[in-house]
Design a protein around this ligand. Structure first.
Ligand code: ADP
Ligand code: MG
Length: 688
């Protein structure tokens, strides 16, 4: 075949017909260049060759041996033939069988030594291998080294991908542009782009592989940081509307409670941001119940006080309604008009609100993502607030902001995130932390029990309901089908709700919600629970996001081991919002000591940040970073729990670079700018 370049279509490679071409395209592989960044999923150690007698049975190994008999071909039936032979070394014999590879009768030669790579089985006391990969000793391409395992799709073999990748890497890796500054590579002791590419596919040693992986992970983190910094700069380039009027004391006078010390501090931070200068760009992180709504209320009040408008977006209708009620009660006495905008309103209602936003008759609007729809325009939007930030993506955040001209931005999040991760996820935001709960809250008492305690637990539930309280019961699965997979104790929402309603609490009202229900039905059940009409609410984690039902005093989590600690902590935050002593009961039959220790840790602390750190250690950053909702580019190689040191280094390097060339305008930085754009290409609008 001709020389391969970056752009050579894979169809031009030997062995790639139309069917394989389609299968490769499914993996995003169309041109030779695509193979270079198609990183192996894992690696096989084919460095060591065993003698037949010493090779471990049952796992893939390399064995060096000589073919001792002429291979025999036998046709079993149409479409099935076998080639059989025997290989030997000093002390052992290995039976070899190949299916449907009749040509091997000629290729495998008696008296010749090969390295066979495959799994050894014991067949009638003899050692045997079926369909091994093999190569003549001394001319090895696939054995005697560490080999990659690639992600495959139907119709592809790892062997094919290795062949393709070998050709592409041999001929294209040297052409890879080096986009990291040499000084950075030297300082970090990282290999160059071409070397890293060769080593990540076909490592010459485990150390070289680790160095290559570090380089590529560093590169991802570096460009992520550069991109986020550019985003932030762009926002700082504009001027926010100065919202100078409005004294904290006057705001306090509107509230039914004194602000906590932490709330006062964060209100001050926001007040400073809202004055003349670049628009506010702030994330307020605070545990559930820490009083984030009051911070939003302050900023919205400030916008209205200065003759401008503010909008607050919440992830669910019910939450939007709740905020609407709260803000209306708070702000209307100050002669500020508050409106609600959600998808379920009638066309006439929506029209009325939209008109009032355009004329400026309404100063504060609360809504769901309905706020983002076309035709929702403001007279003078100076502030955008996004509640429960983790439910929205970066692009939704900016879509709301785009409704104004450089509006101030406030995002609220109840998901405590370890600081290092926050730097990445929210690298473009300033962060305030509400680290104090309003006074008089009694911490939720948390217990870990096994399934044996169910009867006692039910009696406890009954007693609380007698006292007028309500109970949440969270299950990990929606349907029994999911539940059947191996674990007979796994609880599914619908079935468990039915069981509780019919057999345990026939005298109570039991409702259920889960993510597969229609939004309208879901909202109806949640509303009934909020109104106290339903006493036991069985659900999946859909209730994780914030409706305030102060009367709910018990959270039961079934199969608690199925959840991350941070998630359990979020769930626990659904109770303990009123004046009643509240409880959280984690039910788990898991006996693994690590799991039990993890759950015990949750019983011992209510500090969301500490829990998040524990979670990060135990489960990696998947829970924080795994979901795509946040709208940031996906990382392929960087592992945020393991690569913290690398992250810090990448962030320093990115800062250095931007200090010298703040907008990457220098010609020599053009390739970097291209990389950043590429990395963020799933959200092209965030750079507009
Ligand atoms: P978050 O959104 O942070 O989870 P909320 O803003 O919903 O918390 O507040 C939780 C509850 O605490 C609400 O009922 C609210 O009225 C109340 N609250 C907020 N701040 C204070 C305070 N400083 N003192 C007393 N209660 C407060
Ligand atoms: Mg809230």
């Amino acid at each position: 075949m001709e020389r391969i370049t970056w752009d050579t279509p894979l169809a031009a490679f030997p062995g790639v017909g139309p069917a394989r071409q389609r299968a490769l395209a499914k993996l995003g592989l169309e041109r030779a260049g695509d193979l270079l960044t198609f990183y192996p999923r894992r690696y096989e150690d084919r460095t060591r060759s065993y003698s037949i007698a010493q090779a471990p049975v049952g796992e893939p190994v390399c064995v060096e041996a000589m073919v001792a008999q002429p291979p025999r071909l036998s046709r079993i039936r149409r479409g099935l033939d076998l080639v059989k032979t025997r290989a030997v070394d000093d002390a052992g014999a290995l039976e070899l069988t190949f299916f449907n590879q009749s040509y091997l009768q000629k290729t495998l030669r008696q008296g010749e030594s090969y390295v066979f790579y495959g799994k050894i089985d014991l067949v009638g006391g003899r050692r045997a291998m079926t369909n091994p990969v093999f190569e003549p000793v001394g001319r090895q391409k696939f054995t005697g080294r560490i080999m990659p395992r690639y992600h495959l799709s139907q119709g592809l073999t790892n062997h094919l991908l290795i062949t393709l990748a070998q050709a592409a890497v041999e001929q294209c890796a040297d052409g890879l542009a080096e986009t990291l500054p040499q000084a950075v590579l030297d300082a970090q002791g990282l290999p160059g782009a071409a070397e890293a590419c060769r080593q990540v596919h076909f490592p010459t040693s485990w150390e070289a592989l680790e160095a290559a992986r570090s380089r590529l992970a560093f590169e991802e983190l570096f460009y992520l940081t550069v991109g986020l910094s550019l985003l932030r700069k762009r926002r700082e380039g504009g001027r926010g509307l100065p919202l100078n009027e409005g004294d904290g004391k006057d705001f306090q006078a509107l509230l039914p409670f004194p602000l906590t010390g932490a709330q006062r501090r964060v209100v001050d931070e926001c007040a400073r941001d809202l004055c003349a200068g670049p628009p506010m760009n702030r994330l307020v992180q605070g545990d559930v119940g820490s009083g984030k709504t009051a911070i939003a209320a302050f900023c919205l009040w400030r916008a209205a006080k200065n003759g401008a408008q503010g909008a607050m977006m919440a992830p669910t209708e019910l939450l939007a309604q709740q905020h609407y009620q709260t803000l209306k009660a708070l702000l209307e006495p100050a002669h500020i008009a508050v409106a609600l905008l959600t998808a379920s309103q009638t066309a006439a209602e929506k029209k009325r609100v939209k008109t009032a936003l355009l004329t400026g008759d309404v100063q504060v609007v609360v809504g769901t993502h309905a706020l983002l729809s076309q035709g929702v325009d403001f007279r003078n939007l100076a502030l955008a607030v996004v509640d429960e930030q983790h439910r929205f993506g970066v692009n939704q955040r900016s879509a709301l902001a785009a409704k104004g001209v450089h509006p101030h931005l406030l995002v609220l999040s109840a998901t405590p995130i370890p600081r290092t991760l926050a730097l990445i996820l929210y690298g473009d935001l300033d962060v305030s932390v509400l680290d104090e709960l309003p006074p008089g809250r009694r911490p939720v008492e948390t217990y870990l029990v096994t399934e044996r305690y169910h009867q006692r637990l039910y009696r406890f539930m009954d007693k609380l309901i007698d006292e007028g309280r309500q109970v949440y019961v969270v299950c990990p699965a929606v349907e029994e089908a999911e539940a059947e997979e191996g674990d007979p104790t796994l609880k599914a929402v619908e079935q468990y709700a039915q069981h509780l309603a019919q057999e345990v609490f026939p005298h109570r009202r039991v409702g259920f919600v889960h993510g597969k229900m229609k939004a309208r039905d879901k909202e109806a059940v949640m509303a009934a629970f909020a109104a106290g009409e339903v006493q036991v609410l069985v659900s999946t984690t859909v209730i994780e996001v914030g409706v305030d039902v102060p009367n709910a005093a018990l959270m039961v989590v079934e199969n608690a081991d199925r959840f991350g600690l941070s998630q359990l902590h979020q769930l626990r935050g659904r109770v303990g919002r009123g004046k009643h002593q509240s409880y959280c009961v984690l039910v788990s039959n898991h006996t693994n000591p690590e799991t039990r220790a993890r759950l015990k840790a949750l019983c011992a602390t209510t500090d969301g940040f500490r829990i998040a750190e524990e979670d990060l250690k135990a489960r990696g950053p998947g829970d924080f970073f795994g979901q795509r909702q946040h709208g940031l580019p996906q990382l392929h190689l960087a592992d945020l729990s393991a690569d913290m040191r690398l992250l810090a280094a990448a962030q320093r390097a990115a800062q250095d670079l931007l200090a010298r060339d703040p907008y990457l305008q220098k010609p020599e930085h053009q390739p970097m700018w291209e990389r950043v754009r590429q990395l963020f290409q799933e959200n092209p609008d965030i750079f507009n």
